[in-house]
Design a protein around this ligand. Structure first.
Ligand SMILES: Cc1ncc(COP(=O)(O)O)c(C=O)c1O
Ligand SMILES: [Zn+2]
Length: 438
């Protein structure tokens, strides 16, 4: 029943764009290929295989450059994700088009945090993606989806979102002159709602959780009401997802074209984690980094931990959960890429772990206090999980470890409510001394 519906959607989406698929220029992207059965179809706004209903992803032709030439091109490129345009599904002149141009965010050597966690200094890094235009890593994926939407002739950008994606879509649509209409659970954090609404697009709250919102969007795609709409994380998902590869590229380039030994990555749908792995594999195959083992660790909040539960139980399938956590950006109870995350964690020798909401809040404060980085709850999840993985011996603190902070704490202020003034004093020195501040 579920498979029939997916097949229906896949073919409907394909019909919508039959006339555009022959002429698209998305750089090295050669075709869409099924992750399950390898069936290939031309580039188009489709996301499910017509043979087996598996997810489609981009297959590339990277033969244009040798390793040395590619490295030089990248290093001479702009200080944003478009330096990696030869490795992305975007036209060669992408940097000249109106887009939000995210990326090239700081890789912070986190010696203070290392000391706090009781581990060696010099080996622990935070990849701080709060520095993107709308303050989350979602700008990377939306920037790709925008180029695909342009190539396929869409004029409306849409998405189902746990919050950050909504803001990123609103901003990208505003910059590029698209209409935007995005869908979120009605009860998200105020910071996320305002951030998504301020760009002037339509923002619709759905009475339900993210999984309900996503299901609704899938229905809308199959309905005439959604015709001509590019849903960045549904019918444009294969293009959108590739944006997360840029995190892998940047981390390696910022480490001096070397693979890290360990990465700690948050999981909502699991897309980001799988594409970070894809990006690392590409760099190895292209000869841009030396091949060596690396481990990928997934991080979830206990209140929405379907992948972590499956990992610990040794299962290959992920049993959906009803989310209940302050880490709302990660609150996807039925993660589309969950089984692939399990494969990657197991193949690389990593793990998937979860932390309580209390540990998330504590980790947000620890990261802020030690490194001056104010993370949203997703960053609290990765830092909290890093601490737990060190304590239980799964993460080796003597090796180079990169922990992702994927969003900005200003969007989830409620998580640290109660953090505030040290004292209130009258504007004179006596009062200052009385307060014990001298
Ligand atoms: C801040 C933040 N980090 C991480 C994620 C996880 O993304 P994915 O769905 O690719 O696993 C999300 C998803 O919404 C997010 O908003
Ligand atoms: Zn297939």
């Amino acid at each position: 029943m579920r498979k029939m519906r997916r097949k229906g959607l896949a073919s409907m989406a394909a019909q919508t764009v039959a006339s555009t698929t022959n002429s698209v220029d998305l750089g090295p992207a050669a075709a869409l290929s099924c992750r399950e059965c390898g069936h290939r179809v031309p580039l188009g706004p489709v996301f499910a295989c017509e043979e087996c209903f598996g997810p489609l992803e981009i297959a590339y032709d990277f033969s244009a450059y040798g390793a040395e030439e590619l490295r030089k091109r990248i290093e001479a490129g702009p200080a944003n994700i478009w330096r990696y345009a030869p490795l992305l599904p975007v036209p060669a002149d992408v940097a000249a088009k109106p887009n939000i141009n995210p990326g090239w965010t700081q890789l912070v050597k986190a010696d203070n945090l290392a000391r706090e966690l009781g581990v060696d200094t010099g080996k622990l890094f935070i990849k701080d993606d709060s520095g993107n235009p709308t303050h989350s890593f979602k700008d990377r994926v939306v920037a790709q989806a925008l180029e695909a939407a342009r190539a396929f002739g869409f004029t409306t950008l849409s998405c189902s979102s746990t919050g950050n994606l909504a803001g990123a879509v609103g901003a990208a649509a505003a910059r590029a002159g698209f209409r935007s209409c995005v869908f979120i659970p009605h009860d998200l954090e105020q910071g996320k709602v305002v951030m998504a609404a301020v760009y002037g697009g339509e923002l619709v709250g759905i009475e339900g959780n993210y999984d309900d919102v996503n299901r609704f969007c899938s229905e809308l795609i199959g309905d005439p009401a959604g015709e001509g709409w590019g849903f960045v994380n549904v019918n444009l998902r294969p293009y959108y997802a590739e944006g997360s590869k840029t995190l892998a590229y940047e981390i390696c380039e910022q480490l001096g074209w070397q693979l890290p030994d360990q990465l700690v990555v948050p999981i909502a749908s699991g897309s980001q984690l799988t594409k970070i792995d894809k990006g690392l594999q590409e760099l190895i195959k292209l000869g841009l980094v030396e091949d060596k083992p690396y481990k990928i660790f997934g991080a979830q909040a206990e209140g929405c931990s379907p992948v972590s539960v499956a990992f610990k139980a040794g299962h290959d399938v992920v049993r959906p959960q009803k989310p209940n956590t302050i880490a709302k950006s990660l609150a996807i109870g039925n993660p589309a890429d969950g089984p692939y995350v399990l494969d990657i964690a197991r193949r690389t020798g990593g793990a998937v772990e979860d932390v309580t909401d209390e540990q998330v809040v504590d980790a947000i404060k620890v990261l802020a206090r030690t490194e001056g980085i104010f993370a949203e709850t997703a960053g609290g999840v990765t830092v909290g999980v890093t601490r737990k993985l060190i304590e239980n011996g799964l993460l080796d603190p003597t090796l180079t470890t990169v922990v992702l902070n994927t969003g900005d704490g200003l969007k989830t202020l409620d998580a640290v409510a109660g953090t505030g003034l040290t004292a209130t004093i009258r504007p004179n020195l006596d009062s200052f001394r009385e307060a014990g501040l001298a």
